[in-house]
Every structure is written in C-alpha cells, then in structure tokens.
Design a protein around this ligand. Structure first.
Ligand code: AMP
Length: 419
C-alpha cells in the first residue's frame, strides 16, 4: 500500500504509521524533500501550507532520531531537534501532526509557545526532549532561564520562515542560533520566496538542496477563486447572504483588523449565524476554543486576522472569504491556502470595495493572472464612490462634502458618455 512512501527510503515503523493514518501516497513536497533529508542534506523548500510539508520534514527527522545511536539523555535538558514556527497555533498544529507521525516511537515531543504557562513547559523541558516545537520569543525566555540547551541539537527546522521574518523574528532567530549546535542539518520551509528570504536561508544553511513544489507565489490549483466587487458598508450583509443562500457550513473569513473581526462576529450573530473570532487580542485558551468549536461544527464562521490564522489546519475546509482584501499580496496566497488542502476542492471569494482595487491589482501582478470578477445581483457596487469621513483628519463642512459628491457624480456621468 505504501509502495511510494517506501521508495523514499522510509523505515517500516514509519511506513506502518502512514498506512494507519490512511496516507496512501506522498505529496509532492514529501517526494522531493524526504530523500534529501534522510541523506543528511540541508533543504530549502518552497511549499505552501496544506501541501504536507510538516510530514516532509517530520518523517525523516523522526526516522533519523530513532535510528541514531545517540539517545535522549534524561539527565540533561538537551533538545535533539528544534522546529521554529511563527505562531502559537502553528506550534500546536505541528505538534499534533508530529505526535501522530511518531506514534509508534518513544520519542518525546514538546511545545513551547507564548500565552500559556512557563511552568508546565519548563517541567516538560527539564529532562530533555527529542523534538521541540517553539515560537522564537518563548524559546528565548526558556534559554534565558537555562531551561533548555540547544548546543547538541542535530536538526533545526524553520517552518513558515517568510512569515517569521515578516513578523520581525530575525533578531530572535540570530540570538537562538548563537547558542545552537553549529554542526547541524537545517531545513527551511517557506510558502513564498523572495530574494531577502533566500539570502537569509543561504546564510543559515550549508549547500542546501532547493525544492520548489508549486511555482513561486502561485495559489493551489484546486482552489476556485472569485472576486465580488461590493460597497464596503454592505460586506457584512453580503457575507450573511452567501452563508445562508449557499448553505456554507464552515467558512473561514479574513478581516484586516482585530476590531473588524470582533465587529463582524456581532453582525453575523444578529443574522443568526454562529461565529467567533480568532485574533491576537484573545487569550490562547479563547483562540483554541474558537478553533475547536469551528472544527467541531459548533460555529459556522471563524473570523480571523492574517497573523492569527497563520498555519491553521482545518481539514476539508471548503470556503475562505477575504472580507477585506489583504494589504500584502503574499497574504492572499497564505489565506486561500487554507482551502483546497491536500488535493481537496476549495472556493475562495474576495469582497472588494472600490478603495481596495489597487490591492487586487497587486495580487494579480504577484500571481501573474487575472482573477475572475462577478457582480452579485442585489449587491452591485454603487457608482458613487464611498465617502469615508473617519479617514480624513479634519471633518470638512457638509457643503464641502456635497460639492465633492457632485463633482464625483459629474466625473462618472462623463465617463459613461465616453463609453
Ligand atoms: P501540512 O501542509 O503539513 O499542514 O499538511 C496538511 C494536511 O495534509 C495535514 O492535515 C496532514 O495530515 C495531511 N497530509 C500530509 N501528508 C499527507 C499525505 N501524504 N496523504 C494524505 N494527507 C496528508
């Protein structure tokens, strides 16, 4: 059954785990990366979320750890393999996956991320561990308290490295590396790659093998995409309408601000749609509960900001909605990577108000393609530009607003004539 996994050089223990998990064939990134990792090479992999990248680094590392003669020393607080991730949610998700992949072994896998008690983590780290999954800030706290030593670590994985750099973790990573075993195997995973990221990867790695799964910055092929131009003030109404009329049971919605995500939850609740938000203001417990409720089908809409949603693994998610267009075009790739995972069909829709047109253009430039657009009946955008008084620092008089509005109407009327 696992013939293709077998051909990658994986050992019988891992092959039987994969078979019990129902993994029949390796994904592309697994096929390309696993043999190199098993050979001991550094790997620089460009792979989107949902492509199976956790197993791509996790399986060969697990195999090498169980096959190595060196074992965990319970008298020390040494870590044998470190996986650095940008967010708490991703740390928990990678942990859950690695525990599954190592279920037939005795390996000790531990997490350390912010928002939860240091004490429990300290106890877990005390007697050393085989694999530690950590966010950079919390790891530094533990290093500072001498709860953990990385001087003998054989493996370093930087997962979602692009986001780690975007979030300003570079100084933290450098601090961690100063106290990291220089003789190590370094694996670098990133959904998007630009020159800046490649430069840093090359500094941390030695002669890495490059693995590029889908074309740089491309979106998953299994995701159907659509842009709905709509007035800003009608976006919440449109979302409620789509959830109801299309009977969407599980939809992940992206807003650009934390406040926006909370406000949207309230609006959806008024329409009788169960929703919860997941953003950086929430405690780890509240975020996890929202995620669990969403996965269990207790809530239909999970409203998230980009940072909070990073790395969420939600199986068979069919709908992703960009309630606000992302400020950074790369985030579009990350956002819609939540759907169409592991070959499943997904649908990503984007609500675009007039002032967000330039953001769509940036996405189209990045993807080098035009995204289809459709005006939804009953939600056609008005021809008059939306005036946003809260954006102007000083409120002008009503008559000046009226004058502006008249001028805009005139412009639109003239444009209409030209056509
Ligand atoms: P990841 O990109 O590591 O977050 O993986 C995305 C999802 O795909 C996870 O839920 C994995 O359990 C699943 N997955 C990973 N590899 C395979 C595979 N070879 N066959 C089926 N599912 C997989």
């Amino acid at each position: 059954m696992s013939t293709q996994f077998e051909s990658l050089g994986l050992c019988p223990t891992i092959l039987s785990t994969l078979s019990s998990l129902g993994f029949e064939q390796p994904t592309e990134v697994q096929t390309q990366a696993i043999p190199h990792v098993l050979e001991g090479k550094d790997v620089l992999a460009g792979a989107q979320t949902g492509t199976g990248k956790t197993a791509a680094f996790g399986l060969p590392i697990i195999q090498k750890l169980i096959e190595s003669e060196a074992k965990r020393d319970p008298q020390s607080n040494d870590v044998r393999a470190l996986v650095l991730v940008p967010t708490r949610e991703l740390a928990q998700q990678v942990f859950d996956n690695l525990v599954q992949y190592a279920q037939a072994t005795e390996l000790k896998i531990v997490t350390a991320y912010g928002g939860t008690s240091m004490n429990v983590q300290t106890r877990n780290l005390e007697q050393g561990c085989d694999i530690l999954i950590a966010t950079p800030g919390r790891l530094i706290d533990h290093m500072f308290c001498k709860n953990v030593s990385l001087l003998k670590s054989e493996f370093l994985v930087l997962d979602e490295a692009d986001r780690m750099l975007d979030m300003g973790f570079m100084p933290d990573i450098q601090r961690i590396l100063k106290r990291f075993n220089a003789v190590r195997q370094t694996l670098f995973f990133s959904a998007t790659f630009d020159k800046r990221i490649k430069n840093i990867a090359y500094k941390l790695q030695s002669e890495p093998v490059e693995v590029q799964v889908s074309a740089s910055n491309s979106t998953a092929e299994t995701v159907k995409q659509m842009v709905y131009p709509v007035d800003k003030k009608r976006k919440a109404e449109l979302l409620a309408y789509l959830i109801g009329s299309r009977n969407w049971q599980q939809v992940l919605v992206f807003t650009k601000t934390k406040q926006g995500s909370d406000a949207l939850v309230k609006e959806l609740k008024l329409d009788g749609i169960k929703a919860a938000s997941i953003n950086g203001d929430k405690s780890q417990g509240a975020r996890q509960k929202a995620l669990d409720d969403f996965k269990a089908g207790k809530i239909r809409a999970l409203i998230a900001t980009d940072v909070a949603a990073r790395g969420l693994d939600i199986q068979e998610l069919e709908q992703v909605v960009n309630f606000d267009m992302p400020y950074k075009a790369e985030d579009y790739v990350h956002r819609i990577g939540r759907t169409g995972r592991a070959g499943k069909e997904g649908f990503a829709v984007s609500f675009m108000s007039r002032d967000e047109h330039y953001l769509l253009e940036a996405i189209e430039r990045l993807l080098d393609t035009r995204l289809p657009q459709e005006w939804l009946q009953g939600f056609e955008p008005s021809l008059v530009e939306e005036v946003e008084p809260e954006r102007s620092p000083r409120r002008k008089s009503r008559s000046s607003d009226k004058r502006k509005m008249k001028a805009k109407l005139k412009i639109h009327a003239n444009r209409g004539k030209k056509r």
